[in-house]
Design a protein around this ligand. Sequence first.
Ligand code: AMO
Length: 422
Amino acid sequence: MQRILSAELARHVGEQVTIAGWIHRRRMLKSVAFLILRDRSGFAQVVTTSAELEALSEETVVRVTGTVTANEVAPGGVELTGPTIEVLSDEVEALPVELFRPSLTVTLPTLLDHAPLTLRHPARRPLFDLRAAVIRGFRSTLDGLGFTEVHSPKIVGIATESGSNVFELDYFGRKAYLAQSPQLYKQTLVGVFERVYEIGQAFRAEPSDTARHLAEYVSLDAELGFIENQRDVMAVLRDVVAGMIAEAKAVPSVAGAGFDLPEVPAEIPILHFSEALKIAGASPDEEDLAPAHERAVGEWGLREHGSDFVYVEGYPTLKRAFYTHPEPGREPYSRAFDLIFRGIEMVSGSQRLHRYADYVSTLTERGAQLGPYESFLEVFKLGMPPHGGFAIGLERFVAQLTGIANIREVTYFPRDLHRVTP
Ligand code: AMO
């Protein structure tokens, strides 16, 4: 018999049906026993006997055929009676974590060490449903704006973001690196498609053991040509973030989880870097915003504009990567920006240099060898329009949307300073 989902049972009262899933919980009473089966749609109650359930343990995978019977005290108002239970999996050993408890009160190391099991906990589902939804929103918004989805190599010949936090690997006897960002490739592909985006892994050999750094994260990148300046990029990013949040709000499990999902204002307030320092009470000589400064900027946005989002633009050029476009006539400032969401940097972007000579001079000034960059710089002799783009850190965004303090909790199998399994 064809399998139906537990959420579909109510439409089949009086019929014989087959469902399949995991034994979420067993409840054995004197005269009767209940098996709570979990599948991708939710839960179903199966009425059986203790003798039948005794030999089975939680998380065993079973297929159950029985009659759908109305019972208003059962979950969803129906249950399966007169069941035949068939075991589909191996026998399940003693579980390190009990999934049938409503909340998962385990330490972070336990949660992560037992990820194959703890990811199954129903309370975690909305987090990952939201994660998938914001990716859908990112993709559909950019598709609607005429962007092309691309994929760039993750094994690359040069470091793009900064030399220090790059993973080096032995590539057939030569040195290569894991891509810290699709940066140079997305720029190059603007020369092909004008507007591109990529959803892919980025690798950072982050020595910082913090709640917001991973060694491998998902970077949601976009890049577009024919811009006047960074403001055109910031306008696209605003629409992308709004599309991501709208998609998340439309998911029933996300709506039911009670997350405090923000409204994205039509115009996100913009602060120049120098104003942001003032608001944060920082010295005007600071060259970057520290986490405490970002928090102060976030509070300013909420206080002055009722906005959870604030753009800071004009970061000092030398504090940003070499491809960043300076603000002409306003040294030391650049056309780079960050999007601060509830006090944390979530997105970085900028207008890029698009002239060959500018790359040569900036790399030289920064003391870099031109050699490794040569193949990338070629494209700037082949006709490149003014362009810019941004990258959203998926895990930081999801953690901040859901109020989760540590981004490892919204990552399936996090990679960090200490962790390379599971
Ligand atoms: P940046 O290095 O600021 O910019 O990274 C962009 C965004 O990626 C996220 N992020 C991280 N998330 C988790 N763990 C990490 N170790 C980590 N590092 C970064 C953050 C950050 O805002 N090429 C530029 C983007 C561009 O200009 O288009 C870049 O990579 O959310």
